[in-house]
Design a binder for this molecule. Structure first.
Ligand SMILES: Nc1ncnc2c1ncn2[C@@H]1O[C@H](COP(=O)(O)OP(=O)(O)O)[C@@H](O)[C@H]1O
Ligand SMILES: [Mg+2]
Length: 275
């Protein structure tokens, strides 16, 4: 059910219509998720749910475990021999950390965008976007062209580069490279998009474009992003998770979290008193 309501919150201008989708099912859920590297415990008992077609912002001071958590949602610590994981991550109703789980199949459904743009350096713009599709065996040129165009449009990059798709990806500006990485993630049609501080290295114009893209993308997928930008969270997130020293202190609706947090620590962080 799509419900529109006006907000009188101090954080939102009165004329702004705040759109929020209630009653969406959980797309991803963690249950007592913990991780240690060697003897060092990094995350303790993280139990969270991420609603379908919503944007959740994971926030907290540097080093509190945001990136580690995001990577756990995609089993990206698997290759780290010193990482010890306990607890569960459900994607729909499947536990990613069960023995029978196939991470290869799962990764197709989850896209990831990192803090620093990381286009494949030897490839053109076009080849970057369609790399995943080609890996999956798609060869038909017409289909590849169509998906590349759609993905680049969704990432707000198409208009700037449509005439030079064969240019090396590394010739793009940093902001364009990050939007290219978003397009690359979108091309394989993920259900969930994980983004780790996707605009922290970007200029203001690219930042606005990426935020516009995120607001559109949630119509098609579930977005889980890390950001330490309070204003960005207010602009794009439906839900906020506040973490501190490897624990979830509080999570909830973005307005509730900014206007009336339950915990003093959350209030201090979200009002910018410490970062
Ligand atoms: N591969 C790793 N091995 C050991 N320690 C790690 C590893 N990755 C992250 N850490 C530690 O985990 C903690 C949380 O890191 P991180 O999730 O990157 O923080 P942030 O909230 O800034 O994203 C930090 O103390 C970091 O040093
Ligand atoms: Mg980080």
């Amino acid at each position: 059910m799509l419900k529109r309501e006006e907000t009188t919150s101090a954080f939102y201008p009165e004329e702004q219509i705040y759109k929020h989708e209630f009653n969406k099912p959980d797309k991803v859920r963690t249950d007592s998720l913990s991780i240690s590297f060697g003897s060092k415990k990094i995350l303790s008992d993280v139990s969270l749910n991420f609603k379908e077609n919503n944007v959740t912002a994971i926030m907290g001071p540097s080093g509190c475990g945001k990136t580690v958590l995001l990577r756990l949602l995609n089993r990206m610590h698997d290759i780290n021999k010193s990482a010890k994981v306990s607890g569960k991550v459900f994607f729909d109703s499947v536990n990613l950390y069960s023995d029978s789980f196939d991470p290869y199949h799962h990764r197709q459904k989850i896209g990831m965008v990192f803090q620093k743009p990381n286009p494949f350096p030897t490839m053109s713009i076009f080849d970057n976007v369609v790399a995943g599709l080609k890996l999956n065996g798609l060869k038909d040129k017409h289909s590849l062209n169509k998906i590349a165009e759609r993905s680049l449009k969704m990432a707000y990059l198409w208009d700037e580069i449509k005439d030079r798709l064969n240019m090396p990806a590394t010739d793009l500006s940093g902001g364009q490279q990050q939007r290219l990485c978003i397009a690359r993630a979108l091309a394989v049609k993920p259900d969930v998009l994980l983004m780790d501080e996707p605009t922290s290295a970007l200029d203001p114009v690219s930042t606005v474009m990426v935020e516009d893209a995120i607001r559109e993308l949630k119509k098609d997928m579930t977005v889980i992003m890390v950001t330490h930008n309070l204003e960005q969270a207010k602009r794009v997130a439906d839900h906020v998770v506040f973490m501190y020293l490897g624990k979830v202190i509080e999570s909830g609706d973005v307005r509730q979290m900014f206007d009336s947090p339950k915990e003093e620590l959350t209030r201090k962080y979200l009002s910018g008193i410490f970062g």
